[in-house]
Design a protein around this ligand. Structure first.
Ligand code: ATP
Ligand code: MG
Length: 446
């Protein structure tokens, strides 16, 4: 007890290389049983232990189970090296170049097994702002715990003994519903600014309060996110938006002043009365889907977040004399380009986003053969859902959405009666004359 106390005190001495004391927490205090974890990850731990290694379920899974949420995956941490891990399992593969991890296949399950990572010490290679550029040294279990981001993420569950090893009071923090950074928050954010985003996401997802010491520096350090590679930001934003708590996360990000560097246009969106309602509805809708276990499409999400920017840009081009459709396409490209600098929206997703947007005016045409062609479009469903959201937000008339709902379900005969008369015979239409609105766009312009 006294030894523990002394080492804890030493652990908090900044000049001392901390070796945190470990607490062994029994099932009675944490409630996790071995049958709560996936069979694959349990077998992996047992096999590694039979070969004389340490092996634990670690990170998000232990935290989620303690909080009473279903974990997304069960990761294993061990003192075995990737080569040693591979030798224990016939069906396994080393992946990653710089920091190798091993994928172990157990039936349908793929278990990610990671060797304990070490303390980089003062030799860590960083960029000019202090962001650590590599993280590929093996180390002890205590070091592995210390380099994790939050105390609640540094818990190691041993399925054999059903105990938790806790170096940083993570169990107590979970019980007190607190998200606390391991070490000095400012230093940890400088090493990896993405941790600020993770703090907001995990707090929203888990219903935890961010400890004031971890919360306070976020506002002033948010700018560091600008140096994070765009692809990493994109991954993190996607995690945030598909967490089932996107709305809360974004509201919290705005409160912390964190959204500026992320979605440069989000401030503007939030400030537009119509845009704000649309974004809120879209996020609520996504959160609902995630919580019922339905898939969400990243393209759909980004399409909703950026839509009001597209509308504003389109309006600009149209008032400059551009026709509605080319104006829409110009606006789409501009908005996606402006995001590309900060968020590496992948090409494929950008293509899908454009298709959803481009379908909007097409869904407004309800005469002749056009509705049949739109129905055949592979992105129809997403385009239609998007249309319903626009209607719900009050951007367009509900009637159009209802029309499509019925048209999809109707039989051939009913469909034919639903078609609207063509506005003008195509032959007589003067094609190049500037038009400000089409039939369906009237509502948009209102
Ligand atoms: P999720 O519920 O999204 O999976 P998670 O905490 O499990 O949340 P992962 O990205 O799966 O997040 O990371 C697994 C573990 O790796 C974390 O629990 C944490 O211990 C550690 N970790 C992840 N990202 C960082 C980081 N940026 N800095 C330090 N440790 C990290
Ligand atoms: Mg995880």
């Amino acid at each position: 007890m006294i030894r523990k106390l002394i080492s804890r005190v030493l652990g908090r001495n900044k000049n001392q290389k901390a070796t945190p004391s470990q607490a062994l927490i029994a099932t009675a205090s944490h409630g996790i049983r071995r049958n709560h974890i996936s069979p694959g990850s349990r077998r992996v731990c047992e096999a590694l232990q039979e070969h004389g290694h340490k092996a634990y379920i670690v990170g998000g899974a232990v935290r989620d189970l303690m909080i009473g949420q279903q974990p997304k995956d069960f990761d294993v941490a061990t003192d075995a090296t990737p080569e040693q891990i591979r030798r224990c399992f016939r069906r396994s593969r080393i992946i990653g170049r710089r920091f190798q991890i091993v994928h172990v296949y157990q039936g349908q399950e793929v278990v990610e097994v990671t060797t304990f990572r070490g303390d980089l010490g003062s030799n860590a290679k960083t960029d000019v702002h202090g962001r650590v550029l590599h993280d590929n040294v093996f180390g002890s279990q205590a070091e592995d715990a210390t380099r994790r981001d939050f105390t609640v993420n540094a818990l190691y569950f041993d399925p054999t003994t059903e105990t938790i090893i806790d170096y940083h009071h993570g169990v107590a923090d979970i019980k007190q519903r607190t998200l606390r950074v391991i070490g000095d928050p400012k230093k940890r954010y400088r090493e990896d600014p993405v941790r600020m985003l993770r703090a907001v996401r995990l707090a929203a997802k888990l219903g935890l309060i961010i400890d004031p010491a971890a919360r306070e520096p976020i506002r002033t350090m948010a700018g560091l996110l600008e140096n994070v590679p765009a692809a990493r930001l994109f991954d993190e934003m996607l995690k945030l938006l598909t967490s089932g708590h996107a709305l809360n996360c974004l509201l919290q990000l705005r409160e912390e002043g964190l959204h500026h560097g992320l979605l440069p246009l989000l401030d503007v969106i939030f400030e537009q009365p119509l845009g704000e309602k649309f974004v809120m509805l879209a996020l609520e809708n996504t959160d609902r889907r995630v919580r019922c276990g339905k898939p969400v499409s990243p393209a759909f999400l980004f399409a909703t977040l950026l839509w009001h920017q597209v509308l504003a840009q389109r309006e600009k081009h149209q008032s400059g004399g551009e026709h509605p459709i080319p104006a829409l396409h110009l606006a789409m490209d501009e908005v996606l380009d402006s995001q590309a600098e900060k968020l590496a929206i992948t090409r494929r997703i950008a293509g899908d986003i454009k298709e959803i947007w481009a379908l909007q005016p097409r869904l407004e045409q309800r005469s002749g053969k056009r509705p049949y062609a739109v129905l055949e479009n592979p992105r129809f469903r997403a385009g239609y859902d998007f249309l319903l959201l626009r209607a719900e937000a009050g951007e367009i008339d509900n009637e159009l959405g209802a029309w499509w709902t019925e048209f999809q379900q109707a039989d051939g005969e009913r469909r034919a009666t639903m078609l609207l008369p063509a506005e003008k015979p195509a032959r007589k239409r003067r094609r190049r004359k500037p038009r400000h609105t089409t039939a369906g766009e009237t509502a948009v312009a209102e």
